[in-house]
Design a protein around this ligand. Structure first.
Ligand SMILES: *Cc1c(COP(=O)(O)O)cnc(C)c1O
Length: 367
């Protein structure tokens, strides 16, 4: 089948590699993994993910509902700020509701108490390369800081959420941080049934000491008699998708520039936010050098500068790697550009076009 570009291509075989590591962590450590939908919500591959994961966690009412309807198993609901309407709706399908503050817990306790309740804690430590994504940055609104206030809430709770990592591939740093959490919050954790260690742990990365990680989690769970949860987003889907594009124009301004039929701003927004270049699957070590740019009118809509093995022509295909996490969930209609379709390469190798977007989708998101 010839699929017209641009499209995101999710490869289930590559996804399976990550899922098998998640399953291994579950087996060796007892820690359950719930998918963080804010990173990846492409439900066409949930049938596969469901076999290896324990459910989903969410950042809003709609994500919680998506997890419940399309993934099933455990549905954890977290939101930085629930409205009363949200809480009434979310109690219909969440088995755990995690509040971000004591004031939200107070306000909605009576409505929500049929679910298992949790509170997010800001332990004042974190691992993040970016201030923008650092939950322990100054004045952070993410989680309860005051331990005395937290201690008073324990009778209402069954667990606590600590999300304090972002792309942490350093096991020793993780291990020290977990010790710190045990020391500071151990007396509270002993009275609870579960702890979620959040996302941002890069345990599916090549070379990560998975067995040591599992041992650490198992020891922690045993010491405080807790069910440990992980909330992988990026590490569940890393390396499993590409953004497939084609060159629509070649221009020169001191250097050779290829313009493709997609856009960083609209289709891989995080690269702009975190000022990173896209990655090419081909490695890019050939003799032909091009800056590859998007077709939005934003001057800085640039994927990066790469070395190609052959001269690019109009119609040449360019595939950007690592296009699953924080891409499809953030794609937008800036400039009214054609939104990339979503294609899944199933385990048996067939490519299935699962979603296409057209003019109707564009006009329906505004009025
Ligand atoms: C963002 C987030 C995650 C997922 O983080 P990744 O870095 O994608 O693994 C998990 N839990 C919470 C509470 C989050 O905010």
């Amino acid at each position: 089948m010839k699929i017209s570009t641009p499209y995101y291509l999710i490869d289930e075989k590559k996804l399976l590699r990550n899922l098998k590591i998640i399953q291994q962590v579950r087996r060796l450590s007892g820690a359950r993994s719930v998918l963080a939908l804010k990173c990846f919500s492409t439900w066409s591959v949930f049938a596969l993910m469901r076999e290896y994961m324990d459910g989903t966690t969410s950042s809003s009412l709609f994500e919680a509902r998506l997890g419940f309807e399309k993934f099933g198993k455990e549905t954890h609901a977290y939101c930085v700020g629930y409205s009363e309407e949200d809480i009434r709706a979310v109690t219909q399908f969440a088995d755990k509701i995690i509040f971000n503050s004591v004031s939200q817990l107070d306000r909605y306790y009576d409505i929500a108490k049929s679910a298992k309740l949790g509170l997010r804690v800001n332990p004042g430590i974190s691992y993040s390369h970016f201030d923008l994504a650092d939950p322990a940055r100054s004045y952070s609104r993410l989680g309860v800081v005051d331990k005395a206030m937290l201690a008073k809430q324990i009778p209402r709770l069954s667990g606590l959420l600590f999300h304090y990592n972002c792309e942490n591939d350093d096991f020793d740093a993780f291990s020290r941080q977990l010790d710190t959490i045990g020391e500071h919050y151990g007396d509270l954790l002993e009275k609870l049934q579960w702890i979620s260690l959040g996302g941002g742990l890069y345990f599916t990365k090549e070379g990560y000491p998975v067995e040591k990680f599992c041992q650490k989690l198992a020891e922690f769970a045993k010491r405080f008699d807790l069910q440990v949860y992980l909330e992988p987003g990026e590490s569940a889907i890393t390396g499993c998708a590409e953004l497939v594009t084609r060159v629509v124009d070649l221009v020169q301004n001191e250097i050779d520039i290829a313009i493709v039929d997609a856009s960083v701003e609209a289709h891989m927004l995080d690269l702009l936010i975190y000022r990173q270049a896209a990655k090419l699957d081909t490695g890019g070590r050939g003799r032909y050098r091009y800056m590859v740019a998007g077709r939005s009118c934003l001057a800085g809509d640039v994927f990066g500068t790469f070395q190609f093995n052959e001269k690019l022509e109009i119609g040449s295909e360019i595939r950007f790697a690592d296009a699953a996490g924080y891409t499809m969930v953030k794609k937008n209609w800036f400039n009214g550009l054609k939104m990339p379709a979503i294609v899944v390469r199933r385990l048996n190798g067939t490519e299935e076009l699962v979603k296409e977007f057209d003019y109707t989708d564009f006009i329906n998101c505004l009025s």
